[in-house]
Design a protein around this ligand. Structure first.
Ligand code: FAD
Length: 368
């Protein structure tokens, strides 16, 4: 029922704008409005804080169905979870009450600020500093590649509080867009997910009350990594969605397109491609849903499973969307058809929330 409801909403209110959002590289406001109106923009927020209280699997299905028609729009529910999960996992009751309510109501989105210009895969090498000053912290630094920066009201920022301790000297904070000293860089010009703004976040002597720290001092990096264990599954969901969208489109196209006097769907070479695409998607779906169940239960092997789901599903998304372009021939290579956008959008799922090389490092360190 949930899938049917989201699919109809996505097809009616999000899909019609997907090509324009990509072409104009503009924020998918129509998608945000539709998601907020239907309480689907941050479904993971627990009921006690005014949210829909969706479990990890339901959240995956929401993201998957939105990504099936528009990956840029799927970053709205996905990054709202990414940005706010540190508060849910490690924040004080006061922080939860203060920030999760507005998020659930649609009054403010959340972003997640871990990466920096010189700290990507090696995120613990970050330089952004937070220095204690009485009952405040003062933050200085540059966060890079921040999804929904400038649109979000709230930012979970990881910053160094003790430079002698590397990852154990990193703490997490909630920074608000309206805090003095917060500003944003120009939107990045990207290959895909062009509707999702990616900008730098500048922190210039941003002075925030000490109770904005998420959890204890020095636990920020651990919280950031624990968050990714859960949210990598949402990237797998995006990958799954875009792959399914590409297969669905290609499946229809091959039945219409005629060459050599018959529909190209009648050629076995085409049928085998479609079979392989569907098989890979289904394998990715099973892995992703199993990982979502593990996320919900907090199983011990979540770290391996989350990385495996993200890595596998995103590799499948890249293969399937590339094959979908192939199935449409020359038409697939043009912006008159949606599959080239899907192929460009799929690529990011192999890169963010840890590249697929990093996922393989994570899996190798946590072999079952
Ligand atoms: C569109 C977009 C949105 C993003 N959104 C966010 C966000 O909201 N918040 C946020 O904090 N970050 C975000 N990111 C950042 C993203 O997570 C990083 O880009 C990613 O982790 C890779 O870091 P990097 O770009 O510095 O690449 P690098 O770390 O420089 O990696 C370059 C290459 O080297 C490889 N490599 C690095 N180390 C190893 C190793 N040990 N073994 C093998 N290979 C290795 C990588 O896999 C990659 O292929 C986003 C990025 C993009 C492009």
């Amino acid at each position: 029922m949930l899938r049917d409801a989201i699919r109809s909403l996505a097809e009616a209110k999000i899909a019609p704008y997907a090509a324009a959002v990509d072409e104009e590289a503009r924020f998918p406001q129509e998608a945000l409005d539709a998601l907020v109106a239907n309480d689907l923009h941050a479904v993971h927020v627990p009921e006690e804080y005014g949210g829909a209280g969706a479990d990890a699997l339901a959240t995956v299905i929401v993201i998957e169905e939105v990504a099936r028609v528009c990956v840029s729009s799927s970053l709205i529910p996905a990054v709202n979870k990414l940005g706010s999960l540190p508060v849910i996992l490690s924040g004080s009751e006061e922080l939860k009450k203060k920030y999760l309510g507005p998020l659930a109501k649609g009054d403010g989105m959340f972003s997640y600020c871990l990466s920096e210009p010189d700290a990507g895969s090696d995120a613990a090498g970050m330089k952004t500093r937070a220095v204690r000053d009485g009952d405040h912290w003062v933050l200085n630094g540059v966060k890079r590649w921040i999804t929904n920066a400038g649109v979000s009201e709230y930012y979970t920022v990881m910053a160094v509080t003790d430079p002698t301790k590397r990852s154990k000297g990193i703490s997490a904070f909630v920074v608000e867009k309206s805090d003095e000293g917060v500003s944003f860089g120009a939107p990045e010009k990207k290959l895909g997910i062009k509707g999702s703004p990616t900008r730098e976040v500048y922190l210039d002597n941003v002075r925030i009350p000490a109770d904005r720290m998420i959890g204890e001092e020095g636990t920020g990096f651990a919280t950031a990594m624990k968050t990714l264990d859960h949210t990598r599954i949402t990237i797998a969901a995006q990958a799954l969605g875009v792959a399914q969208g590409a297969l669905d489109y290609a499946k229809g196209y091959v039945q219409e397109r005629k060459q050599f006097g018959k529909a190209i769907a009648d050629f076995q070479g085409i049928q085998f491609m479609l079979a392989d695409m569907a098989m890979k998607i289904e394998a990715a779906r099973q892995l992703t849903y199993a990982a979502a169940a593990k996320s919900e239960r907090g199983d011990k092997d979540l770290t391996f499973q989350g990385a495996a789901a993200k890595c596998f599903a995103s590799d499948v998304a890249m293969e399937v969307t590339t094959d979908a372009v192939q199935l449409l021939g020359g038409y697939g290579y043009t912006r008159d058809y949606p599959v080239e956008r899907m192929m460009r959008d799929a690529k990011i799922t192999q890169i963010y929330e840890g590249t697929n090389q990093v996922q393989r490092i994570v899996m190798a360190r946590n072999l079952p």
